[in-house]
Design a protein around this ligand. Structure first.
Ligand SMILES: Nc1ncnc2c1ncn2[C@@H]1O[C@H](COP(=O)(O)OP(=O)(O)OP(=O)(O)O)[C@@H](O)[C@H]1O
Length: 290
């Protein structure tokens, strides 16, 4: 092998290493099926470190199944999944523990334990992963996480049934942040919230992501969320990710679902709202996006 060939191989290796360092989640050739229903086939996706990636697709296209595959709640039929460079397929819980501790998950609807208070809910992952942390420090961490999500301190001793929908989402977010994650999974975080509550939740997500340097995998049907806080958007259709990019890049594709979704009346309304907000911000007016 000539010196030049060796140098080329080394350069490729370095490039791959650099590329690998920038990727938080790498999914390759994913296949998931339930009986004779194939939900994913040949699905590839990269989530870059430090981005908010919006994941969209029609109902039943497998957005939640994709998230569950990445976090190990669904065993795929085929494919590779790496999170922060660690393979997630076929790993025992203990083996993947170091990576599992690096993510937090807000499930659809919050998925809070109804018999536990908000503070106790936030403490669940701390008890599970750090059993040596004593009750006083655990309480302090929970109180801090609760405040971080914009909930009042008084929310800590309340039970989920005593909270509004928006407060439940924030409580779920506080629990997702309990272990200081690098990676946050949010499954339809603004579903069921009124527009003002949804905009406030989006703002909180963006602020936390920027302050804590988080990577966010965000499943949503909410066009306002996509336009206002997502760096890139991945589109699921035909059992795979058919496109990923900024909204402008997606608009340049001619896939009928993408065109209908982003260029339909609601997509245009969301674009107009973002433009209005930009103009308002340029004029120095207070926030009033939706
Ligand atoms: N445990 C399961 N057993 C059988 N089928 C399942 C299971 N989980 C998901 N599915 C099926 O897989 C498909 C994809 O489901 P998934 O919940 O991922 O869709 P989604 O894109 O998140 O939908 P939505 O936007 O409506 O939440 C659906 O047809 C669903 O019925």
């Amino acid at each position: 092998m000539s010196e030049e060939e060796l140098r080329e191989i080394e350069e490729t290796r370095v490039e791959q290493a650099i590329e690998g360092e920038d990727i938080a989640i790498k999914v390759r050739g994913l296949k998931n099926s339930f009986g004779d229903q194939t939900v994913h086939e040949h699905l590839d996706l990269d989530v870059r470190k430090g981005e908010i990636l919006g994941v969209v697709g029609g109902s039943g296209t497998g957005k939640s199944v994709l998230m569950r595959s990445i976090i190990g709640l669904q065993t795929p039929d085929e494919g590779d999944i790496h999170v922060f460079g660690e393979s997630m397929i076929g790993r025992l819980d203990d083996e993947a523990l170091a990576v599992r501790k690096r993510w937090g998950v807000l499930f659809q609807g919050g998925a809070l334990f109804s018999t536990l208070t908000v503070a106790e809910n936030v403490e669940v992952p701390i008890r599970e992963y750090y059993p040596n942390i004593g009750p006083q420090l655990r309480d302090e961490i929970a109180a801090y996480k609760i405040r971080m999500t914009g909930l009042p301190t008084e929310a800590g001793p309340k039970y989920p049934a005593e909270l509004s929908g928006g407060m439940k989402k924030r409580a779920g977010l506080a629990r997702a942040l309990a272990l200081d994650p690098d990676l946050l999974f949010l499954d339809e975080p603004t579903a069921g919230l009124d527009p003002i509550g949804a905009a406030a939740f989006d703002d909180q997500t963006r602020k936390l992501q920027q302050t804590l340097g988080l990577t966010v995998f965000l499943i949503t049907h909410d066009l306002d969320t996509l336009y206002s806080i997502c760096d890139r958007v991945a589109v699921l259709a035909d059992r795979k990710v058919i496109a990923v990019g900024t909204i402008q890049e997606l608009l340049a594709t001619d896939h009928p679902w993408i065109q209908e979704y982003f260029n339909g009346p609601r997509g245009r309304a969301a674009t107009a709202a973002v433009e209005r907000e930009k103009n308002r911000a340029a004029d120095g007016a207070p926030d009033g996006r939706r």
